[in-house]
Design a protein. Structure first.
Length: 90
């Protein structure tokens, strides 16, 4: 395992003397950063997974509060649907 194996994909390894190799490493890191920042489906998927883990952890620690949150969310969504249906009916 080399030193560069421990670096993130978006980092440029230090100590590159050759200008061509340095430019390639910088380009590779820049493209990796663009891919990470621009890949919205992956970012959304990762955020959803983190949210699910947090929600499960919250539910395990506070089951009564979880029931309250679910009731409030359900009533809010129901109210929103009712308002939209009423607006469409008029």
């Amino acid at each position: 395992m080399t030193v560069s194996d421990n670096l993130p994909r978006t980092a440029v390894p230090a100590g590159i003397v050759d200008p061509v190799a340095s430019a390639r490493a910088e380009l590779k890191a820049a493209l990796a950063a663009i891919e990470i920042k621009g890949n919205f489906p992956r970012r959304i998927d990762n955020a959803a997974k983190r949210g699910a883990v947090k929600a499960r952890r919250f539910a395990d620690r506070n089951p009564v509060a979880t029931v309250g949150v679910v009731v409030v969310l359900a009533s809010g969504i129901g109210s929103l649907v009712w308002v939209i249906a009423r607006a469409v009916a008029r």
